[in-house]
Design a protein around this ligand. Structure first.
Ligand code: PGD
Length: 753
């Protein structure tokens, strides 16, 4: 029996075996619930959309750098590595000597792959820092709103996300789980860097609590639950009404509010206001849940050990601060924050490690990773403001109490991300991508981002290089041994950047004289020397293929220490307590995020249906969309769109029809799936189908042609891509073919010249 080659991914660890020339993927033996996404790996590894050789946009090669409409359909000219690296180095040099390093955008947001050395973004940041610096980006598309809000309300976001109450405390103590956004099981397989043991599905099965699922989608909780099919984007109205009921019936915990919180008074006045009380009757008209149902739920919450959870998707909308802040305020009214099984949680079901009780940094030290180095340029943007930045250089905007100015970007450099997947209003992003002089992308695949670049450098995928990986609360550090040869002429991001570093005179600083393999040993050994437990030498770890890390505490409750002694363990807020009203936020004077949680009406929209553009269950974001599991879910080659039978029949749409989903920003084609498991008036289309533009239409079903490129608010400038308003019609006739599963037209150097 051949030994398996160990490796890991964002969706978990696995082994690889070559069988008759084909890669066979075997789940890790310790994983109780391996991810279905493993089924994409083998089929995507050698897919025709892999980038085989460096390639340059034909018009860029002919005319040189400069703003231009970058069509995804244009030809690319394949060139030798030396020529490609000479072109990139010369262009970087031109920009840094001319407009300066601030004109290089190197934010390079994206999930890339799980290895901690070949982490594309860290590699690029390290290199660009040494090359004089770059404009960077802050926060994430995932959690960008909460990352800015939570420090104002509870002192930091780190604790809430990384030290959430663990599942065993919930299964043992929680009597009522009020899950805003549910606990969507499809997401729990995924964690940055992966988890080896997916324990959340098992914990969900052992839950004894009653579950109130508050979501337009029934699938957001995998087991029995009382379903409150709320109108999308109105959770705040429901939370305010629950709070109103608690206060008006005297069911709130005054002592908790006095001892641990600040600013309840103004929130209470807002709730009880004579002119516009936020009572259950008012909320019923907004959120579509009956007033009696709201009052009854509030009373049950007060009687039970209640955990209120809010998924990250709820903050990925316009005014996304409000559901998170209101959820915390509601939990504060119940007075159970810091008690086992009670209080507040953010992100259960949004990511695999929230509530996980795997190893903690105190017990393992920070497992080996590549440091990103220093960036001499301080200019940054909140990550989701990329199109605004490119379209509006020099313009001022608000961010977390500051006024910032967009830089004038001439060169965009991306490694390990797919903005033509992750950004909103892709037709606008195309206009934005026409502004810089040059766009450089490292990619294993011909994604839409690669097709919108000028210079595309083929990167290896994880199975083609040596690395190691471990997620945030992972039980293991996994040796990721090379299993197959690199595809075509693909190179590791590290080697590509080392080649550029040599051309720009920073080779020694970038490589520190090490090969990739020597870096692995160096980073591991540096960790081993300081780790708070006994770590074997590198050679032993590498040969073994994995190292089990010391377990974390199984039972932990968020804010337990703060509750036990708030004077000794204050939160890092100005008051030291939970800020139901934040004087700091109020002081910023933002109308779209005032000083305490409020209901902000998004206003009318002519499009009758709510679109939920959530995370897919068949791939990670856009990764491995050509893989077998993702492809098996398509309908007539298009991404499936779930819709209620009543909305479908009103439009003459039958199950399996190709439909056109549209609004003022654009349109896409999808395949209709009729289902009663979503609220009438709501349609759902997952993100991540590779963008395949034909004019303003995406023929493949990427919902980001429909989403709006507006921030959650002036406070956080976070991504608001989860929702859009749309209409749907049947597409009659032959739908245009999906082209994105074949490479673009590639010319040889001789033909092109
Ligand atoms: P991925 O598809 O993971 O999406 O956005 P993100 O850009 O992270 O892209 C990663 C790319 O890296 C892939 O194309 C992959 O091929 C490439 N890659 C993998 N390994 C390597 C490598 O070693 N080297 C190089 N150079 N490249 C590599 C995700 C983002 O989308 C996120 S996190 C969220 S939460 C957002 N969610 C939503 C949403 O809820 N709704 C909408 N409408 N839009 C969203 N977008 C956001």
């Amino acid at each position: 029996m051949t030994r398996l080659t160990p490796t890991t991914s964002h969706w978990g660890a696995f082994g690889v075996r070559m069988s008759r020339g084909e890669v066979e993927v075997i789940p890790h033996p310790a994983d109780p619930a391996p991810s279905p996404l493993l089924g994409n790996v083998a089929s995507a590894l050698r897919h025709p959309t892999r980038v085989a050789r460096p390639a340059v946009r034909r018009s860029w090669l002919k005319h040189g750098p400069g703003p231009r409409a970058r069509s995804a359909g244009e030809e690319f000219v394949e060139v030798a590595w030396d020529e490609a690296l000479d072109l990139v180095a010369a262009e970087l040099d031109r920009v840094r000597r001319g407009p300066g390093n601030e004109a290089v955008f190197g934010g390079s947001y994206g999930w890339a792959s799980a290895g901690r050395f070949h982490h594309a973004q860290s590699q690029l940041h390290r290199f660009l820092g040494l090359a004089g610096g770059y404009t960077s980006s802050r926060n994430s598309y995932s959690l960008g709103t909460s990352l800015v809000l939570l420090p104002h309300v509870v002192g930091d976001s780190e604790q809430v996300v990384r030290r959430a109450s663990t599942w065993p405390t919930i299964t043992e103590n929680t009597e009522l789980l009020v899950a805003f956004g549910g606990v969507p099981e499809k997401n729990v397989y995924v964690t940055p860097g992966g988890v080896t043991r997916h324990v959340t599905p098992g914990h969900l099965k052992s839950l004894r609590a009653e579950v109130a699922l508050i979501s337009p989608l029934r699938a957001d909780f995998p087991l029995d639950a009382r379903w409150y099919p709320i109108r999308p984007g109105t959770d705040v109205a429901l939370m305010l009404a629950l709070a109103h009921t608690l206060v008006s019936e005297g069911l709130h915990d005054r002592n908790f509010l006095d001892r641990y919180c600040t600013g309840f008074g103004s929130f209470e006045r807002y709730l009880l206001s004579q002119d516009a009380p936020k009572d259950a009757d008012w909320a019923a008209g907004v959120c579509g849940i009956s007033a009696d149902g709201i009052r009854e739920l509030a009373r049950r919450m007060a009687r039970s050990r209640t955990l209120i959870t809010v998924t990250w998707s709820l903050q990925r909308i316009r005014y996304g601060e409000q559901p998170v802040w209101a959820g915390i305020a509601l939990a504060a009214l119940l007075g159970q924050i810091g008690l086992p099984g009670g209080g507040f949680g953010h992100g259960y079901g949004s990511m695999g490690d929230v509530g996980d009780h795997g190893p903690t940094a105190e017990r393992t030290g920070r497992v080996p990773h590549l440091p990103q180095g220093r960036n001499p340029v301080s200019t940054f943007i909140p990550v989701a403001r990329i199109a605004d930045m490119l379209l509006h250089p020099g313009e001022a905007y608000d961010y977390n109490g500051q006024t910032l100015k967009y830089p004038d970007i001439r060169l965009v450099y991306w490694a390990g991300g797919n903005p033509f997947h992750h950004h909103q209003d892709l037709n606008r992003l195309r206009r934005a991508f026409a502004r810089p002089d040059t766009i450089v992308v490292h990619e294993p695949y011909w994604t839409a981002t690669a097709r919108h670049a000028d210079i595309v450098l083929p990167a290896t995928s994880t199975l083609e290089r040596d690395d190691f990986g471990s997620g945030r609360r992972d039980t293991h550090l996994i040796a990721m041994r090379r299993a197959v040869e690199p595809y075509g002429e693909a190179r590791d991001d590290y080697d590509i950047l080392a080649g550029l570093a040599a051309r720009l005179g920073v080779y020694d600083e970038f490589t520190e004289g090490r090969t990739a393999r020597q870096w692995l040993e160096h980073l591991y050994t540096a960790w081993r020397e300081t780790a708070p437990f006994s770590v074997p030498p590198f050679a032993e770890f590498w040969d073994e293929g994995e190292l089990e890390l010391p377990p974390g505490p199984e039972r932990e409750t968020l804010f337990e220490r703060f509750r036990a002694d708030p004077e000794a363990n204050p939160l890092r807020t100005p008051s030291g307590g939970i800020e139901i009203t934040s004087a700091t936020v109020a002081g910023f004077g933002y109308d779209d995020c005032p000083g305490h949680p409020v209901w902000l009406d998004p206003g009318p929209d002519p499009h009758p249906l709510f679109l939920i553009a959530n995370q897919p269950s068949t791939r990670l974001h856009s990764q491995l969309d050509p893989g077998a599991v993702s492809q098996a879910s398509k309908i007539s080659e298009r991404e499936p769109l779930s819709m209620h039978p009543s909305d479908a029949s009103a439009r003459g749409i039958a199950d399996g029809d190709v439909v056109r989903v549209f609004n003022d920003r654009g349109a896409c084609l999808s395949g209709a799936v009729l289902s009663e498991d979503l609220r009438p008036g709501v349609v759902q289309l997952a993100t991540g189908a590779w963008y395949d533009p034909l004019g303003d239409l995406c023929v493949h079903g990427n919902p980001n042609v429909l989403t709006t490129d507006v921030p959650s608010s002036r406070l956080s400038q976070g991504c608001a891509g989860q929702h859009a308003r749309v209409d749907v019609e049947r597409f009659d006739g032959d739908p245009p073919p999906v082209t994105v599963l074949a490479p673009p037209r590639l010319l040889s150097r001789e033909v092109a010249s």
